[in-house]
Design a protein around this ligand. Structure first.
Ligand code: PMP
Length: 422
């Protein structure tokens, strides 16, 4: 495969023509956030230019237009997730907010002393800390399913880990730190055998592969718009109607009520029940436009291209002397976490050198401190690819890494010579 596919869509993303450190931008930090297509930017500008008003409350036409656009975005989200009932899709701020909502509201209602919440050892902090908070309050405990050396979750271990005490399995679809794709459908099947509820963190999946929550069989699915070519500050929590309807409100305020009296309030039906206050109207509309965009490009083509690019990048990067890739799962999304070990070069030095060459990657613990501890590294350098990245960009990355390694190696050799001769 070559870069033809990416080259066709690159012109839809104006920022890709920009420069960084005086060099053409090579953006390889898509796991942190994706860049935005012009159609998405145009939708935001159109909304603020032509339709801006608060939603749901106004009888005037402008407010109606804003409401219609906001609710249309919800329908697009529902179709995107393979959900028939759009009211099951709640707009939230992002994945973090979606998980906190479920932990506080569902967890507050359902977890009691002695219960267990199961998370994997690869989880992002946002799928650990909210569960710790609610477990502490409820007297429940957090159990951890650790991955194997390749960064995979061994399904054979699951029946032993799960028990009647397991009330919630909170699991990522794809690891942001290593790229592992988990077999969520199978995890759900095992969890259902002990009647556990399953929440899936879809943050790193939705931009790369088609999503169908019915096929997964999970109970909650949450993701962030900004990792799906949409705006920041908007995300989605999908939940089964019967579960959402049995949950108490997460936040109180305007728009989530039916009646308010000082003695008692009654609440609005789904999805408004979980959307207290003025929501991110423009964000939802922008997310709807981003969904239109990716669906037009087509996930079949996106996934096939990214898989080929990942294979190429993995092979090329493996050829860099002293480079070790962490996470070698059989099923991986386009994430490559690595360390440079001989010569040893700190992730921060790697990222700084790359930045000087216009290449953006991320270093550190990737909000996965427990996983880094398990892997016995303080952090990694992470390349995360998207559909607009090219094979040539990978070549450029590898060229700069090779130059860095050989500079560092010759510096060390000179230092060793100096100390031998002195
Ligand atoms: N889970 C995973 C797997 C992630 O990669 C991220 C973002 N890095 C999050 C959760 C949190 O997403 P957000 O910061 O958009 O809420």
């Amino acid at each position: 495969m070559n870069s033809e596919f990416a080259n066709k869509i690159r012109s839809d993303f104006p920022i890709l023509a920009t420069q960084m450190s005086g060099k053409p931008l090579v953006y390889l930090d898509n796991g942190a956030t994706t860049q935005k297509p012009q159609a998405m930017i145009d939708a935001l500008v159109h909304y603020y230019t032509h339709d801006n008003a608060n939603i749901h409350r106004g009888v005037y036409e402008l407010s109606q237009r804003a409401t219609d656009a906001y609710e249309l975005a919800r329908k697009k989200v529902a179709a995107f997730l393979g959900v028939e009932d759009a009211a099951e899709c709640v707009f939230v701020r992002g994945t973090t907010d979606g998980i906190n909502l479920v932990a506080a509201s569902w967890g507050g209602n359902n977890l009691k002393a002695g219960d267990e919440v199961l998370v994997s050892g690869l989880e992002h902090h946002s799928n650990i800390v909210p569960w710790q908070l609610i477990c502490e309050r409820a007297g429940a405990s957090l159990r951890v399913w650790q991955p194997n050396a390749a960064g995979e979750l061994d399904l054979q271990q699951l029946p032993e880990i799960l028990s009647a005490r397991t009330k919630m399995v909170a699991i990522q679809h794809v690891s942001n730190a290593l790229g592992t794709i988990h077999d969520v459908a199978e995890i759900v099947r095992c969890a259902k055998a002990v009647d556990a509820t399953v929440l899936v963190d879809g943050a790193q999946w939705v931009g790369h592969y088609a999503t169908n929550v019915a096929e997964l069989g999970c109970d909650f699915y949450t993701f962030s718009g900004h990792k799906l070519y949409g705006p920041t500050g908007i995300g989605v929590l999908w939940g089964r109607r019967e579960l959402l309807e049995a949950m108490p409100p997460y936040q109180g305020g305007g728009d989530m009520i039916e009646t308010v009296e000082f003695s008692k309030s009654t609440y609005a039906p789904l999805p408004n029940l979980f959307e207290a206050g003025t929501p991110n109207i423009a964000g939802a509309i922008g997310l709807g436009a981003a969904i239109d965009y990716v669906q037009e490009v087509g996930f079949e083509r996106i996934s096939a291209y990214e898989d080929a690019l990942l294979e190429y990048a993995t092979e090329k990067m493996t050829s860099v002397p002293g480079l070790r890739i962490l996470g070698t799962a059989a099923r991986k999304a386009a994430v490559i976490s690595f360390v440079l070990e001989s010569p040893s070069i700190a992730p921060l030095d790697i990222a700084t050198t790359l930045s000087d060459e216009g290449i953006a990657i991320r270093t550190g613990h990737h909000c996965c401190m427990p996983l880094m501890g398990e892997l016995k590294v303080s952090g990694t350098s992470r390349v995360s690819l998207a559909m607009y990245n090219t094979f040539e960009e990978v070549d450029r990355l590898v060229e700069v890494l090779n130059a860095l390694v050989s500079r560092r190696a010759s510096k060390q050799a000179t230092a060793a010579d100096d100390s031998n001769s002195s």
